[in-house]
Design a binder for this molecule. Sequence first.
Ligand code: FAD
Length: 473
Amino acid sequence: MPTVAVIGGGVSGLTAARELRHRLGPEARIIVLEAYDRLGGKLKTVDFADGPVDMGAEAFLTRRTGLAELVHGLGLGGDLRVPSGLRSCFYVDGRLVPAPRRTVMGIPARGADVADVVGADAAAAVDAEATAEPLPWTPGDDVNVGGLVRSRYGREIVEKLVSPMLGGVYSSSADALGLRATVPALAETFDDLAGRGEAVRLSDAVSHLLALREDAARAATDRGEAPTPVFNSFARGYRELVRALAEDADADIRLNTQVESVSRWRGRFWLEPVGEVDAVVVATPAPTASVLLGTVAPGAAELLSTVQLASSAVVGMRFDTDNGLPETTGVLLGTDFATRATVHAKAFTFSSRKWPHLAGRGGAFVRASFGTLADSSMVEADDRTLIGYAVEDLRTVSGFTASPVETFVQRWWGGLPCLGENHLDHMDRVRADLDGVSGIALAGAVMRGVGVPACADSGRDAARKIVADLSGS
Ligand SMILES: Cc1cc2nc3c(=O)[nH]c(=O)nc-3n(C[C@H](O)[C@H](O)[C@H](O)COP(=O)(O)OP(=O)(O)OC[C@H]3O[C@@H](n4cnc5c(N)ncnc54)[C@H](O)[C@@H]3O)c2cc1C
């Protein structure tokens, strides 16, 4: 039976290991090699005095169904929790404004839908786009999101809406992110319009997507279905998923084992410092994957070396009261100068308002997030400084004046890949290059998207490739 090494014990690597076990059977030797002293990577649950809270990923989108199936398959369906249904807010000119409902990642179709956040002039610029020259677009094109929205609607929509929304997910500004990788439905709508020879306008494309969303919601209501929550989380944190995946993979897990290199060796692979194996899944962040694939798949390695990583820091704060904490799931902060001059954080999650199971513990729990691709100075600040900023900024934006009774600072160096313009195209080329190398596969946030469901999908894809390679099919 083959020996397969999985390099990286995050959700991508662990899902790959589990899939390999299910497909190769109990006799196969599966080794998970993890550089740190714990599994999970960006999934990290920390024990506070009143219970566990996630300090990396804290939820997952239910739209992609693969992870939910995996979770149920692992027997964790009963551990899933749904959010409260409250809305998030934007912090605008010193006040909290509920996040507009009718946008696609902060991009509106009509000025009136976002006037509360951006003001009347910026809202009028949105409406003016409907009669502007169409966007030059050839199906398959890609652009950066910030550049696109600024050129059609103006600067304020980007700074006050789109960058805060995308920054909350990717830790990068809209200007660093590619449309096709981060708002794929919009790129596809542009493709459709251009393919039919119709004028391509941002407001028309967003209107079309909003109409689809609203039609789907109406149809579900007509069928008498309760609305599906957009997010799920785990009652006791992502730790449960990590533990269940590792158990089900039944792998030889080696912590504190940093793989230095992967090379060919007598028709197999040699991993330094581990030894000989038949096949390898690389499930590390892109720069490390680039180094590890350098000799066995140089084309893929070169493309992966161009992927930048954004660092961030999360400050978890537990309070013994929630009196005065606004009734919102959290606050997104603009990237405009006025906001940056008064606050250091980029976002707050009011975890105990967002998740009823956390509210049930009493008091309040808030996560403050700092740092972007363009500016990691906040991530470099010491713990005391970060906690100070978190408390001060929370007071500024929400008026909540309680002092935390417990805090935890988590830095995520290189936490998220920046999926820039043409990223998906590059990843198709990476995949094509690796298809030509039998016994090597790549998984991770760089492949199909940064969300946990996309990472799990990438792990499964990688395992399937290895199984096909090993069976010579
Ligand atoms: C602050 C933050 C919040 C997030 N929130 C969400 C969220 O709410 N919902 C969501 O869906 N997604 C969220 N994400 C994204 C998601 O958590 C990650 O994209 C995902 O967990 C990445 O998983 P991975 O296994 O691909 O990589 P990682 O988790 O980075 O795992 C890779 C592993 O490889 C190991 N490794 C690296 N080099 C080597 C080597 N040479 N040898 C051996 N091991 C090595 C690392 O130590 C690490 O454990 C968030 C990310 C961050 C940073």
